[in-house]
Design a protein around this ligand. Sequence first.
Ligand SMILES: *Cc1c(COP(=O)(O)O)cnc(C)c1O
Length: 459
Amino acid sequence: MTFLDTPRPTSTPVGGPQLAQERKLVTSIPGPKSRALSQRKAQAVSAGVGITLPVYVVAAGGGVVVDVDGNSLIDLGSGIAVTGVGNSAPRVVAAVAAQLAQFTHTCFTVAPYDSYIEVAEALNRLTPGDHEKRSVLFNSGAEAVENAVKIARHFTGRQAVVAFDHAYHGRTNLTMGLTAKNQPYKNGFGPFAPEVYRAPMSYPLRDGGLDGVVAANRAISQIEKQIGASNLAAIIIEPIQGEGGFIVPAQGFLATLLAWCRANEVIFIADEIQTGFARTGHMFACEHEGIVPDLICTAKGIAGGLPLSAVTGRADIMDSPQAGGLGGTYGGNPLACAAALATIDTYESDHLVERAVAIGAILNERLGALAATDSRIIEVRGRGAMIAIELVDPATGEPDAALTGRVIAAAHAQGVILLGCGTYGNVIRFLPPLSIPDHLLLEGLQVIADALAETLAVA
Ligand SMILES: *Cc1c(COP(=O)(O)O)cnc(C)c1O
């Protein structure tokens, strides 16, 4: 027996890019060890924590996730667009390990350290616009959104905030209010924060292909009539909506809203928490339309899986709050900052923007070919490595959430981690790690093609 075929103890799996890049099922999904853990979960963890695919993970890297039963699954979700650089990416592992040995926490607002500044400098450099910027770091996406609203209110002296139909901005009290969808995010959790208003989105598939400028003017008219620009601190929008269904607004929608904000001294906040960091084939999705937001919220893809988020924006706005008004115990934790610097280095050094474009070409080609022969796929949309298909009943054109659920369940059973989304629950989204090898991406897409064909056979 050589060293290589010595079974590795499951307590010390070798993760990261060293994992075999293969789909391999050795049990049904979920396997017996995962099913046992699901029972323990039910006894120990709040039922309010839902699980998409109950396989319990021991290692992940490249384009695979390995579970306790020894199954190796293809990852088309990146832990919801977080591990863009891959799980346990080598530079991230090295940087976090080195930081871990130095110090783990002082609280930046008590006794600071330089990596926080370096992350802020990187964000100021990478985000759209070459104006003077400042950044502030937090832990979660929702926390970044909350703080962007705080900053905009402080700077403008106004209170109202506008979010859009189909928006998702988080699960804290203010961000629940900004989020559009009741189930499961808001139901029973009110009351919600005051002075939050909703405006109509541009959703070309479902608004009759309304021109982007016309759709923006519809929203602006509603804002002027129902709120009044002089009461409005900010509008917040995802340049491509994530949970809402990977909705790409019509060309001109964002630019028209931004121009109106500028003319009325309303802060334009781009929530790039899901779209940020190379995902869409630009470092930030605003770049596709040359949009320069006043404030930009980032999180998910920022630190290779460590919890970190940020608000970056115009120096005059960001310097408005009083010292002590922004912060938090863990915001910009040194391990997360070390991870972010290594993650950003990886996006740039490994040309992951270009990789996202290449992944997008594969997704569009394969999914487009499926859509050409399957009238249930009403649209393939998105940008770069953020692509979705929307599924309908071809007889009525109505959203088909049941079909969507069946396809996702079939993919899971075949060892492909796949996520749904959409206000109507009828969108399948593709968010592979940018470290996925082509052969796994193609194999994952074949599994989904087979799953779609299977649902036709039994229909
Ligand atoms: C995930 C997400 C959030 C919330 O981020 P958390 O880290 O889960 O709080 C906010 N906005 C968008 C667009 C997101 O995708």
